[in-house]
Design a protein around this ligand. Sequence first.
Ligand SMILES: O=C[C@H](O)COP(=O)(O)O
Length: 311
Amino acid sequence: MTVMRDDALSGAELRAFLQGLPGVDQVGAEERAARLGTRSIKASAKAEAIDLAISMVDLTTLEGADTAGKVRALCAKAVRPDPDDSSVPRVAAVCVYPDLVEVAVRALAGSGVGVASVATAFPSGRAPLEARLVDTRAAVAAGAGEIDMVIDRGAFLAGDYLKVFEEIVAVREACGGAHLKVILETGELVTYDNVRRASWLAMRAGADFIKTSTGKVSVAATLPVTLVMLEAVRDFRAVTGRQVGVKPAGGIRTTKDALRYLVLVNETVGPDWLSPRWFRLGASSLLNDLLMQRRKLATGVYSGPDYFTVD
Ligand SMILES: O=C[C@H](O)COP(=O)(O)O
């Protein structure tokens, strides 16, 4: 596959490139994801996988009713998920709206847990580009080390790929040193072919991560969509030498779900992606189930949902 220089791209070239990508075999992708999703894991490997999954969580609160107090409590949980067990790893990051970044940065100082912020008029992205850039810069200035932006799905679905590309480039620039996760909102992209195209478009525009969903649309992360995105990052690295991370987000609530994603990563792109540096699970309510299953494996006793604080 030939990839032309991105600083010299025209809309026609970008469209030709994206439309020239091989189509996704829908049945094949769904069958493969379903098959991998039923793989069982040995008990010894399961304990390790649960800890890995915990370390990959972007612990998220994205509610209109979020308060500084709620974010502080979430940060405490991110650093020490189980107050009674210091062997539980910390999560990867806490993900909040831009106006709560400062609170999270203070609460997480020196902890090693990152602060991620959604920006660019999350979740719809429907604001003038300048407003989305201001939103991004504000989150970075407040100390966010990771920005989760949404793409303009309307422009993408209308075939205006260059607009989407240039907006990602602009947000990338506004991020400065912060990592950029580009949310494709795959539940609105209609086809797997579009998911593959949007993945390549985002990576070529400079995404550090590609992320499935905002969690605000009814169809959020799925295994087949994540499979298509994993294949895209694998192929992108083979062509360009640059590795991009993947973050399924939205609707991931159980340990079973989380482990299915880890099996998918292992079988599709291999261990190079099996770390929080390259794979995240965006979730608001997964952590407690991981903690309950972890304790059950260690003690044989199921703690029940009331045992742990609310995520
Ligand atoms: O980015 C993460 C999602 O917004 C979380 O979605 P969730 O509440 O379905 O876990």
